[in-house]
Ligand binder design. Structure first.
Ligand code: FES
Ligand code: FES
Length: 149
């Protein structure tokens, strides 16, 4: 049994503590916006925030997430209001197939929270997420636009 605080709500779930957080979020809690890509912390599709920091939930055991505040893509908008990264994503039509995009948005949101005016170098070092559709240029433009908003 584990208690996870996700998007401000506690969830008591019956799960092995070694289970990757990604699967608890998707299978036990039913929040499927966080995606599975590689399973080895390389692609970033599974990115969520833990106490505000971006983490790759495919390699994070549930036991390490207990007692932390977890935010998923479903928890970013407050009272239906998109955050500025989400708005910039829409304005710049960033997504193509969309599969990697929740992880991208979580990583970009964490970046702007820690560096409100990131340089291209800051973006390159923070945004290590992989996009098979090649949206990297639009991602960069949207982050700069959100930083100015
Ligand atoms: S699925 Fe977690 S980094 Fe790729
Ligand atoms: S938008 Fe298709 S993988 Fe990134």
């Amino acid at each position: 049994m584990a208690r996870l605080n996700i998007n401000g709500r506690n969830h008591d779930i019956d799960v092995d503590p070694a289970t990757p957080l990604l699967w608890a979020i998707r299978e036990q809690v039913g929040l499927t916006g966080t995606k599975y890509g590689c399973g080895i912390a390389q692609c970033g599709a599974c990115t969520v925030h833990m106490d505000g920091n971006p983490v790759r939930s495919c390699v994070m055991p549930v036991s390490a997430a207990e007692g932390k505040k977890i935010t998923t893509i479903e928890g970013l908008a407050v009272n239906g209001m998109l955050n500025k990264i989400q708005k910039a994503w829409l304005d710049h039509e960033v997504p193509q197939c969309g599969y990697c995009q929740s992880g991208m948005i979580m990583a970009a949101t964490a970046l702007l929270n820690s560096k409100p005016k990131p340089t291209d170098a800051d973006i390159d070092s923070a945004m290590t997420n992989i996009c098979r559709c090649g949206t990297f240029q639009q991602v960069r433009e949207a982050i700069h636009a959100a930083a100015k908003a």
